[in-house]
Design a binder for this molecule. Structure first.
Ligand SMILES: [Zn+2]
Length: 296
């Protein structure tokens, strides 16, 4: 591991997945009181020419090539402005493509910062949401796809894949086959519960979309929030959603009210996960409302 500190920002080089695992272990064994609060922004090198940019609680991936840079979510005007300036330390190439992971504005605002040089890409359904939102900081994607597309730039091959509805109706995954790395935002949290009451989500389709992700060939899982994981975390999160659905369905079938279901359901096999105490009742609520809807 090579680690350099330059003018208040961090670039950490990771020479393979084992090193990542060692770092988690180190992070997890340091008592919370001994940890410094992280800087507002940092950049971590995940593989050759592949970087993770973290801005507060949000994360995005970017890939440098000899013919330009590929950036995923801009996050915000502030984040994109910082990243655009900081990238100049790593490459003299302009940003050629900005890929929106899905339409939620906490991830994709700020693309305007790259609009002088980049083309914007999303899954087809995201474009409709972005058009309706009409935010001047979020350029409308001019390139869209339904199931799958590839970008080849400066010797880098990047695949964009739509695995179905999940946390939104337009979440794509970014697969780097050479690096065996997958970037997925908001629908595969790593050992963390699903966000609150599952807003905007399609729980049954979500489980199916995770099965499609499990069929892809990769090792490193990079989420839009929280720590980097590995492929096994996809199956673990799918099992969580399946267990949540089964527990809520049982309550609904026995005529439990929402409040009773929230009180009754415990999933102790996940109690070590992030946000278990706060979000389990909210996850139950989201699933309860979903399962209680009349079906066609
Ligand atoms: Zn989202």
């Amino acid at each position: 591991m090579k680690r350099s500190i330059n003018g208040g920002h961090r670039v950490v080089s990771l020479m393979g997945f084992q090193v990542l695992a060692v770092i988690w272990l180190l992070i997890q064994t340091v008592p919370a009181s001994a940890q410094q609060s992280p800087p507002d922004n940092d950049i971590t090198k995940l593989a050759e020419d592949v970087y993770l940019y973290r801005h507060h609680f949000h994360q995005t991936l970017f890939i440098t090539t000899s013919q330009g840079v590929i950036v995923t979510d801009p996050i915000s005007v502030e984040a994109a402005t910082w990243l655009k300036a900081e990238m100049k330390r790593l490459t003299d190439q302009p940003v050629r493509y900005v890929i929106y992971s899905h339409h939620h504005d906490d991830h994709i605002t700020g693309g305007r910062v790259f609009a002088d040089q980049a083309r914007f890409i999303s899954q087809a359904a995201a474009r409709d949401h972005i058009l309706r939102a009409a935010d001047r900081n979020t350029p409308v994607p001019e390139i869209t796809f339904t199931d799958r597309m590839a970008i080849d730039l400066g010797g880098k091959h990047v695949e964009l894949i739509y695995t179905g509805k999940n946390h939104s109706d337009n979440s794509l995954v970014v697969l780097l086959p050479q690096e065996k790395l997958l970037f997925a935002v908001d629908f595969i949290p790593v050992e963390t519960l699903a966000y609150r009451t599952l807003p905007d989500a399609y729980p049954d389709e979500w489980i199916e979309s995770l099965k499609r992700v499990e069929e892809l060939d990769f090792e490193i899982l990079v989420p839009g929030h929280g720590r980097v994981g590995k492929k096994a975390h996809v199956g673990q999160f799918r099992a969580y959603l399946e267990d949540l659905r089964a527990a809520v369905r049982e309550q609904v079938q026995h005529g439990a009210t929402l409040e009773e279901a929230k009180r009754n359901i415990r999933l102790p096999q996940y109690q070590q996960w992030q946000r278990y105490a706060e979000w389990l009742p909210e996850n139950v609520e989201g699933m309860y409302r979903y399962l209680s809807q009349p079906r066609p």
